[in-house]
Write a protein that binds this ligand. Structure first.
Ligand code: ZN
Length: 122
């Protein structure tokens, strides 16, 4: 696949998951844009890296969010959802998925997190 196409696909997948989890405000989207811009450069340097881009952009955004907002995305499967999901395979690869390391299960492919319903306001 063309590197630029894959970078744009990565952006769309991660943006979907940010929106699904309800945190895609302008600050967070700009974190995503920065991650996409640096990985776009990276793909031009290493064409074979194309298939790793989606997982890496997700991990970059996850790292930035940990500093800015805390853990993301929180696990939607476990009752005490205070732990984050992780990209698998961790080192990058085609078709990355979100996994819960606590239960050891695949939660969703990257870009397919289910929308979370916000807690009801009293
Ligand atoms: Zn979990």
């Amino acid at each position: 696949m063309n590197g630029e196409d894959e970078v744009m696909r990565a952006r769309a997948l991660v943006l979907h998951d940010l929106e699904a989890t309800g945190i895609a405000d302008p600050t967070v989207v700009s974190l995503l844009e920065e991650a996409v811009a640096s990985r776009r450069w990276w793909v031009t340097q290493w064409a074979k890296g194309t298939e790793y881009v989606a997982g890496l952009v997700a991990q970059d955004v996850q790292d930035e969010l940990l500093e800015a907002r805390g853990r993301w995305p929180l696990c939607p499967k476990c009752d005490d959802a205070t732990h984050a999901l992780y990209i698998h395979p961790e080192i990058g690869g085609p078709d990355p998925v979100w996994i819960c390391e606590t239960s050891g299960t695949v939660v969703a492919p990257l870009g397919a997190l289910a929308p979370t319903t916000p807690p009801p306001t009293p």
